[in-house]
Design a binder for this molecule. Structure first.
Ligand code: AMP
Length: 218
């Protein structure tokens, strides 16, 4: 599981980590954005909350996640990103996981500071097709506004503006601090400093995951 404020690099790390380790990346934010894109009933209901930087009501997100976790590809392992956002969702997740006889081995808490977060999010570019992340300054695409991986158009998320970012951070702090304690108590949380280089963070995550599956590895 990935925890951390918006802009900590969860999306970027999730994509690299899941392909390096061979697990599926499940992002509730990505699933919701897809629903908005296709104008589904769920997407229409969720859009207003997302544009304000508020959380989409638990029952909508939970039902959606529960369906996603029933799929076959989850059996080889998965990286959960964006869920849970609060203690109620953590309890719900425990129930869903029990139902599919799965459990969370490790929680990566990507910790980043506010100035770094704002700089990252206001310059973030996302691929409209494959979801890859770029940055106007830190990680520009090779061709202006086109994805390096699949050539599709890049866009700026409508919630990546300073005002909405500040609201998202407030929501995050209010709701997520208790989650950190929840997973700390379970003894599965590892804090990683995510202000620095993305490659360093990724290496640390992969090495921690390898240790879990092979505890003799140093
Ligand atoms: P993210 O891509 O994780 O930053 O999520 C974008 C937006 O989707 C959030 O600001 C929320 O509005 C919504 N969202 C994503 N995951 C959840 C969740 N677990 N619970 C409620 N809302 C969520």
């Amino acid at each position: 599981m990935l925890l951390g404020p918006p802009g900590a690099g969860k999306g970027t790390q999730a994509k690299s980590f899941s392909s390096a380790v061979g697990v599926v990346h499940i992002s509730t934010g990505d699933i919701l954005r897809e629903e908005v894109k296709v104008n589904s009933a769920l997407g229409t209901e969720a859009k207003g909350y997302m544009d304000r930087g508020a959380l989409v009501p638990d029952e909508l997100v939970t039902k959606m996640l529960s369906l996603r976790l029933q799929r076959e590809d989850v059996k080889k392992g998965f990286l959960l990103d964006g869920y849970p956002r609060n203690i109620a969702q953590a309890g719900t997740l425990d129930g869903i996981l029990k139902g599919i006889r799965a459990n969370i081995d490790i929680v990566f808490y990507l910790d980043a500071s506010e100035p770094v977060i704002i700089q990252r999010l206001t310059g973030r570019l996302v691929c409209s097709k494959c979801g890859a992340n770029f940055h106007i300054k830190n990680m520009p695409p090779k061709v202006d506004m086109l994805c390096d991986n699949c050539g599709s158009k890049l866009y700026q998320r409508s919630d990546d503006n300073v005002d909405t970012i500040k609201t998202r951070l407030k929501v995050y702090l209010k709701e997520t601090t208790s989650l950190i304690e929840y997973y700390q108590k379970k003894g599965i949380l590892t804090r990683i400093n995510a202000d620095g280089d993305a490659d360093v963070v990724l290496r640390e995550m992969i090495s921690l995951a390898e240790k879990i599956h092979d505890p003799h590895k140093v």
